[in-house]
Structure formats: structure tokens, C-alpha cells
Design a binder for this molecule. Structure first.
Ligand code: PMP
Length: 377
């Protein structure tokens, strides 16, 4: 049997930390009560653990526990956030958002919402002046992601937020790719969405921050859980796991970011120096620590990914990887189609080492030479 490939796709998901799993385990069979069953001790025990988890999450983000809602993940949180916008109102977002923003935005547009989609520059930055110019008297929400999961660009959140504040428009951010990797300042935001599985927590659980005073319009209605914003019995092991994962990130994030930035820069420099006609997409300075996105001329990314079988790799967002055609994110920043089809997205994380990075460069050199030989011949 071949050894497991090295995991180089930490933007798609991360492994759940065993310390997190340990904290979750009692919440399957021992502390199994429904936190809404307040008539008995089983339910009350669960309710108390749920509120402790909410307090821990709120503490990580330096907000109030009442401003944190548990959801099934960033997709759901994004849908709830955008549901604030009613027909006749105006929504501003960007062309480099995750599909869980863009799809609900397009549906809102079909239902009579005016939609402005801001375009990024060549490195993936949204120009704050473009945001300022887009805001209208009926703008109900601005939604701009903090960090991009394909090209790693970190937006100028303070500047974008200041414009929204000045104009009195609620500002939502999909902070899914940023949480646990770089500091996220919720004091600049009115709403924010994330998923625990991106920061070494479990899948199927996430959060929505909604600043006090914002009246959410639920997407899923029923039993009225999560203060009516998200009905359905809450995923208890998930909430406990998310809180535990955030607590761990609090202590580990800074050092890890430094280590991953150094590993990523090493990979960047070696790939560009040792393989002809390689270029990097996105920004160097304002970028997620473990992220690299490279265009390799005269190869197809899909073929390279198959050839690089000692690595788990992707050419873009996992949610679009079944789709054919160039990445919409790369297209939005102006990467020509042929280059976009020859691009891979690398997401380094906790498990990756300098040895793996060296092995990656060796394998990439060999695979690219072979693929170019084939396509030239
Ligand atoms: N937003 C961003 C930026 C993401 O990267 C992802 C996951 N790929 C999501 C939202 C959706 O997260 P989930 O699938 O956990 O709902």
C-alpha cells in the first residue's frame, strides 16, 4: 500500500483536533439531553453546556454571548445573513465571494433585490472607494469576505467597515477562511459567518455573529431554537467541539501563522525559481499564512493533481471542484483562461513540514516536465 498522501488542502477542510474530539465525546451518549428540555436535569445539563460553549465562542471573538448563534456552518450563516435583504432593497457584495453568498444573492436579485457585485483588482482586493460609490439610500447590507479561500487575499476590513459605518449600512463578512488563521475583529462588523471544520473543529457546525439590535429573518423556521433565528435541535457535540477548537486556536494561532508563512514563502520562492513559467496569483503581504495559488503555464491543473499523487491537492474551492471551467475567482482577478486552467491552490496547515514542502517541489518539477513533454510532443 502507498503511504497516505500529504494533505495540502487545508482551505477545503482541516482534520478535527483529537483534543477537540475528546471534549465532544461525552456529548453523544452521556450528556445527551435536549437543551430545550428544561423540565428535567438531563435537558438542563445540556442547556448549561450549550451556554458555556456560547460564552467560550463569544470570548474568543470578544463579543457578547447573546450575539452568537449556532448554525450548521458558514453556508447556513451566510444564507441567514443575506436574508435580511428584502425586495426593493439593495445588496452589495463581490465577485470573489464563496458560492454560499453568490447563489443566495442571485436568488434575491430574481426576487426583486437590487444587486451590486464589486470587482476586485489584480491581487483580489476590493477598492474601498468602489464600495463607497456603490452605496445607495436603500442599501440594506454589504457583504465582503475577510479572506479568500483560493488566493488568500486579506481585505482591508477596517477601511471597508468605516465606510459602512459612515453610511449606516450593516456590514456582513464571511470570515470562514480567516478564523483561527489570522485575527478577526468583529468590532468592525455587524454580522459574520464561519464553519468550525476550517479551524480543526468538527464539520456541520458553525456560527453567525449578529450584533445586538439586528433582527434576523430566519431561513429555517420551526421550534424557535437559537432565539428564533435558526430552528432545529442544536448540534450539541458540534457546539462543544467548536468552542474547544477556538480555545485551542487562541493559544496556537500566532505561532502557527508565523511557521506557515515561512513554509509558504519557501514553497513560493522555490516553485517560481525552479520551474520555468510559474507565477503566483494574489498578494504577497496581505495573504492567509498557509495559502499559495500558482499558475503553471502549458499544463492542465487536473493532470498535474493526478500526477502529484503523494499530495492531496485541489485547483480551487472544494464546493466548485466538480465544475468544469476556470475558477471564477481567478477569472475575476483577470487571470486568462489558459493560465487559470493551469492553476493549483495550496493550503498548508498544522500537519505540514519543511520536508513535505521540499518533496512537493521535487515532485512538481518532475510532473511539470513530464506533462509539458507530453503536450509538446
Ligand atoms: N465560505 C467560505 C469562504 C468557505 O471557504 C466555505 C467552505 N468552503 C464556506 C463558506 C461554506 O462552509 P460550509 O461548507 O462549512 O458551510
Amino acid at each position: 500500500m502507498l503511504p497516505d498522501p500529504a494533505y495540502f488542502d487545508h482551505h477545503a477542510t482541516t482534520p478535527c483536533d483529537p483534543r477537540v474530539v475528546e471534549k465532544m465525546l461525552p456529548f453523544f451518549s452521556e450528556i445527551f439531553g435536549n437543551p430545550a428540555s428544561l423540565t428535567h436535569a438531563h435537558g438542563r445539563k445540556a442547556a448549561s453546556a450549550l451556554e458555556d460553549a456560547r460564552i467560550a465562542v463569544a470570548r474568543f471573538f470578544a463579543v457578547q454571548p447573546s450575539e452568537i448563534l449556532f448554525t450548521a456552518g458558514a453556508t447556513e450563516s451566510n444564507n441567514i445573513a443575506l436574508n435580511l435583504v428584502a425586495p426593493g432593497q439593495h445588496l452589495v457584495t463581490t465577485s470573489i465571494e464563496h458560492r454560499s453568498i453568490l447563489e443566495p444573492a442571485r436568488r434575491l436579485e430574481r426576487r426583486g433585490v437590487a444587486l451590486t457585485i464589486l470587482e476586485p483588482d489584480r491581487e483580489g482586493f476590493i477598492n474601498p472607494e468602489h464600495l463607497r460609490a456603490s452605496i445607495r439610500p436603500n442599501t440594506r447590507l454589504v457583504s465582503i469576505e475577510a479572506a479568500n479561500g483560493e488566493i488568500g487575499t486579506l481585505q482591508a476590513m477596517a477601511e471597508l467597515s468605516a465606510i459602512c459605518r459612515e453610511r449606516g449600512v450593516p456590514f456582513h463578512s464571511d470570515v470562514t477562511q480567516a478564523v483561527g488563521k489570522v485575527p478577526v475583529d468583529l468590532s468592525q462588523l455587524d454580522l459574520a459567518s464561519w464553519s468550525a471544520h476550517k479551524f480543526y473543529g468538527p464539520k456541520g457546525i458553525g456560527g453567525l455573529f449578529a450584533r445586538r439590535g439586528i433582527r434576523l429573518e430566519p431561513v429555517i423556521i420551526g421550534g424557535g431554537q437559537e432565539r428564533n433565528a435558526r430552528s432545529g435541535t442544536v448540534n450539541m457535540p458540534g457546539t462543544i467541539g467548536m468552542a474547544a477548537a477556538l480555545q485551542l486556536r487562541f493559544g496556537e494561532m500566532e505561532k502557527e501563522a508565523e511557521r506557515l508563512t515561512a513554509l509558504r514563502n519557501e514553497l513560493w520562492e522555490r516553485l517560481v525559481a525552479e520551474i520555468p513559467d510559474v507565477s503566483v496569483n494574489g498578494s504577497r503581504g496581505l495573504r492567509l499564512p498557509g495559502n499559495l495559488n500558482v499558475s503553471i503555464e502549458r499544463i492542465e491543473a487536473d493532470a498535474l493533481i493526478v500526477a502529484m499523487r503523494r499530495f492531496s491537492l485541489s485547483s480551487g474551492s472544494a464546493c466548485s471542484s466538480g465544475q468544469r471551467g476556470p475558477s471564477p475567482i481567478l477569472t475575476a482577478i483577470g487571470v486568462p483562461e489558459a493560465a487559470a486552467l493551469g492553476s493549483i491552490r495550496i493550503g498548508l496547515g498544522k500537519s505540514n513540514t519543511a520536508e513535505e514542502v521540499a518533496m512537493f517541489v521535487d515532485d512538481a518539477k518532475r510532473a511539470v516536465a513530464k506533462l509539458r513533454g507530453i503536450s509538446a510532443g
